[in-house]
Design a protein around this ligand. Structure first.
Ligand code: GLN
Length: 557
């Protein structure tokens, strides 16, 4: 039993360049602390003015991660959930936009009683209040706070100032800063260079923050001498200069950081007492990821952001988890839907063991996705459609099996005569783009005996949503008479959540996003089952055979 101590805060900032993997560092340290029996959560502060990530293009910001309570957040929250195996919420992601929004609302209400409302103290006070929100719930021993952006950015200054004030107010034994920097290796000099790190720490010092721990992202091992040099010039004790080396898989990072004693150093600095860490299960998972006993399976992801894979972050990670769960390495082939549209499906899909049609918005590439779904259906190739991926599978089936020639979604063809997918009823009046989709976790009931029911092993499930459009119920009977089965529905039977084709080897589509709930230690059942189907398909027969049954009409009731 651990004696409860004052809540400790760990701020994590980044220097030199972006994309150093602050999210992975925080998640890994969070995991190490959790494995010592501490209750840990992670919060991310993003310096952009969007109120949330929901209105940003995936090209700008990668995937939008959705929490149970419907927050549209930064993709780092996905890492937090996957490593810590906890669910985050609206409170875990705060943007500059949200801070300003609330300060301006308070100003309009007259809450500031005639004061001139300023960045310091009003914006910084609002940020401090949010930074302490989770600490005040009483649910955590440690709250980790990742500050987005790079030190020196104009945008992140108010966050840095709020952090500085909290550290001084709470004292260094209750709040510390870990600064992540880059040690570039210069080939011609044959050396790792420390100057960027020195400048980055100088920038931190110029705004009043002395890092307590320096984590140095490197390609190579750091020598003791190098650590000493950084220690001396950056004013950080030598034992607190940590190597954060590139890893073969991001899931190995916690193990590498544990070897560097990062968690122990954090405990010492924060005067925290905790038991020794239990990491055996993690070691086992990393081993399974690195050494897949049953070879590789090739899964195609057909989507429109294929050249920018951060847009599909949670899907990629869910495949890593399900691969480890099935003892295989899932090799992803990125299939640009517009190329399928141009060249036909065969060219890109013929050697796959499974096809996933990805979520998405807008009509670009949709016809290619429909062609890809048709290929998988007629060739009996394991198929998995997520959100838009399920919608295109239904449109394809309506067109090519039910003979509803102009079947479409009103998202792409608002005036279509056959709106098999249409605008979510009850949302017609909402025209703003931000936060107006069907968002967050909703219950779903599975039809006993269906594939979905077998996969989940229970009748009621909760899954996270992010969409505006839905399957149009007036087409459901016709689709079912022709061999589709709506095996998951909202408990009131109004919304179609899962579709399958019982005569197919493995054909499943879901209106929700299962990828958001896949965790390292518990792969999502749908991904687990899909990868298993792909592995079996690979083992049985590499040839894509026609699904002669799939087009037969049959009763499924
Ligand atoms: N564009 C579709 C909708 O809004 C699908 C969304 C998605 O794939 N997340 O319903």
């Amino acid at each position: 039993m651990i004696k409860r101590q004052a809540v400790k805060l760990i701020f994590v900032t980044g220097g030199v360049v972006s994309s150093l993997g602050k999210g992975i560092l925080v998640s890994s340290l969070g995991l190490l602390l959790k494995c010592r029996g501490l209750r840990v959560t992670i919060q991310k502060f993003d310096p952009y003015i969007n109120v949330d990530a929901g209105t940003m293009s995936p090209y700008q910001h990668g995937e939008v991660f959705v929490t149970d309570d419907g927050a549209e957040t930064d993709l780092d929250l996905g890492h937090y959930e996957r490593y810590l195996d906890v669910s985050t919420s609206q409170m875990n992601n705060v943007t500059t936009g949200r801070i300003y929004n609330s300060v301006i609302q308070k100003e309009r209400r007259g809450d500031y009683l005639g004061a001139t409302v300023q960045v310091v103290p009003h914006i910084t006070d609002e940020i401090k209040a949010r930074m302490l929100d989770l600490a005040h719930t009483g649910e955590y021993d440690v709250v980790m706070i990742e500050i987005g952006g790079t030190v020196g950015d104009i945008e992140s200054l108010p966050f840095m100032e709020a952090m500085r004030q909290i550290i001084i107010e709470r004292g260094r034994k209750n709040a510390i800063n870990i600064h992540l920097t880059l040690l570039p290796y210069i080939k011609s000099a044959g050396e790792m260079k420390t100057k960027p790190t020195q400048y980055s720490v100088k920038t931190m010092l110029s705004i009043g923050i002395q890092p307590d721990i320096l984590a140095c992202r490197t390609e190579r091992r750091m020598t003791k001498d190098l650590k000493k040099k950084i220690s001396l010039f950056c004013n950080v004790e030598v034992d607190s200069v940590i190597e954060s080396r590139d890893a073969e898989t991001i899931y190995e990072v916690p193990l590498l950081l544990s070897k560097e004693r990062l968690d122990e150093i954090v405990l010492e600095k924060l005067f925290l007492h905790a038991k020794d860490p239990y990491l055996n299960h993690w070691v086992d998972i990393v081993d399974r990821i690195k050494n897949p006993a049953e070879g590789k399976v090739k899964i195609g992801i057909c989507g429109k952001y294929t050249e920018y894979q951060d847009a599909y972050k949670s899907i990629i990670e869910a495949f890593v988890h399900a691969g480890a769960g099935n003892k295989v390495k899932v090799e992803l082939e990125w299939i640009n839907a517009e190329h399928v549209e141009r060249d036909g499906a065969e060219k890109y899909l013929k050697s796959l063991h499974g096809l996933l049609v990805a979520p998405g918005f807008g009509d670009r590439g949709v016809e290619g996705k429909i062609m890809a779904a048709e290929y998988a259906r007629t060739k009996n190739v394991p198929f998995f459609g997520i959100c838009l991926g399920m919608q295109v599978a239904v449109i394809e089936f309506a067109r090519n099996v039910c003979d509803i020639k102009n079947a479409d979604s009103t998202e792409f063809r608002p005036k279509t005569k056959a709106p098999v997918v249409h605008f979510l009823p009850g949302q017609r009046e909402k025209t703003e783009k931000g936060g107006t989709m069907r968002l967050g976790a909703y219950p779903c009931r599975l039809k006993p005996g269906s594939l979905a029911h077998k996969i989940y092993g229970s009748e009621f499930i909760h899954e996270r949503h992010r969409h505006r459009y839905e399957i149009n119920n007036s087409f459901v009977e016709d689709l079912e008479l022709n061999g589709m089965l709506f095996s998951g529905k909202s408990p009131d039977n109004h919304l179609m959540e899962i579709v399958e084709i019982p005569n197919h080897r493995f054909f499943i589509g879901c209106q929700f996003h299962p990828e958001y709930r896949s965790r390292v230690t518990t792969p999502h059942p749908l991904f687990q089952a899909f990868v298993k189907a792909a592995r079996n398909f690979r083992n049985e027969n590499q040839v894509h055979i026609p699904a002669e049954q799939a087009v037969l009409k049959q009763e499924n009731k």
